[in-house]
Design a protein. Sequence first.
Length: 283
Amino acid sequence: MLDAKLVTKSDATQQTIVHLSNQVAIGGQKVVIFGGPCTVESMAQMEAVASSLQTAPVQAIRGGVYKPRTSPYAFQGMGLEGLEILASVRQRYGMPVVTEVMAISQIEEISAYADMLQIGSRNMQNFDLLKAIGQANKPVLLKRGLSATIEEFVMAAEYVVSHGNPNVVLCERGIRSFDPYTRNVLDLGAVVALKQITHLPVIVDPSHAAGKRELIADLSRGAIACGADGLIIECHPEPEKSVSDARQALSLPDMVQLVHSIKPVAEAVGRQVYEFQRQLVVA
Ligand code: PEP
Ligand code: MN
């Protein structure tokens, strides 16, 4: 692993636990599930998401407000207005939120609203952004680059940790290959390897890996069986109307059903799921 010093394991039992809130920790006995749309689109959309997921149980909400789109003509995200929607849902439903940071200039603003900062695949080797996020005071969700090797991924995490932020969660989200049938190839081998190499929590995003909603439930269960510390899954109140990544968005009932199916798999590999009933925090 090149010269990684801080993120590699010194012994097999070493494990970092990243706290998202007083109640939610990633990397411990319990697997953590993040759910939400690719893109924050409206307050009504996020209300629908949070109210169905709150008791699912899903422990954290995802939703992009600064979106890395392939086309410059595609919707680029709601920006600050989207952050305000996330903050409102976060407070009213008592659920932590994660959202993507695309630029150094966004770190301060997003840190004021979100519990966790996502570095997207397209920025996994944006070294200046990694250094700056290393100085942020929030946990980081670092997604694997579209074609990044395991070593490059580990070294990207080393950038963040060596610049001062130890709270990094790795996310395997599929890698590019030759077959267009799936959007990417979910690399569960990398999940197993990363768990052996690093003490950082590793979660799986089956949505961006598969690109097709009908593949996501089985891949989610497979990921937990392979030792992943959690899942981040895209879902939407009206999946076909999603402004981005519609083909991979689960309906909310399908998301709830999937989440309930994780429990026996987690238990089979010595893990648990969160079952607490969250208390509503009223504004
Ligand atoms: C996302 O999480 O919506 C996203 C853009 O993911 P990735 O960076 O893995 O493509
Ligand atoms: Mn997406």
